[in-house]
Design a protein around this ligand. Structure first.
Ligand SMILES: [Cu+2]
Length: 153
């Protein structure tokens, strides 16, 4: 009886150990639409939660929301030094493949400042300084002196 119990314990622990010892998580495959309205239509940067050593294949798709005119973007993974290059009508799908360096969020933003809707493809932090400022009046209105004595020739 004792032997059977021991055998059971050994078998169960082998099962537990083998199910936990998956060498690495499967590749994380995602598609994200990019348009002037944001990532998948949501304003702000795109954040991807992943564990260290995770293989990521993230495909950025040029969104139909931008189809009225060409409005290229360049999407970059901050801290990873990779980007999509021009994502545009001519190049509407780009896949970035990388392996995460640490557990946490990978942040994606547009790094092409001139695009329409750029602020929707970007985090808030760069806009803050312009929102806090209140318009204030000059203490004393002062007249500008105009040069006198000139006559146009
Ligand atoms: Cu942009």
């Amino acid at each position: 009886m004792k032997k059977v119990f021991l055998l059971m314990v050994v078998l169960v622990s082998i099962l537990v150990v083998s199910s936990c010892a998956q060498p690495q998580p499967a590749e994380l495959t995602i598609r994200v639409e990019v348009s002037r309205y944001g990532f998948n239509g949501n304003p702000g940067e795109f954040r991807l939660e992943a564990e260290e050593g995770q293989e990521v294949a993230i495909t950025f798709v040029y969104g139909y929301g931008d189809s009225l005119e060409n409005n290229p973007h360049i999407i970059s993974a901050l801290n990873y030094d990779i980007d999509t290059g021009l994502l545009s009508q001519e190049n509407p799908e780009v896949t970035l493949r990388f392996i995460t360096k640490e557990t946490g969020e990978v942040v994606f933003e547009c790094v092409l400042p001139g695009c329409t809707g750029h602020h929707n493809l970007h985090g808030d932090e760069e806009e803050e300084h312009s929102e806090d400022e209140e318009p204030h009046e000059d203490e004393e209105p002062h007249e500008e002196e105009e040069p006198h004595g000139y006559s146009e020739a």
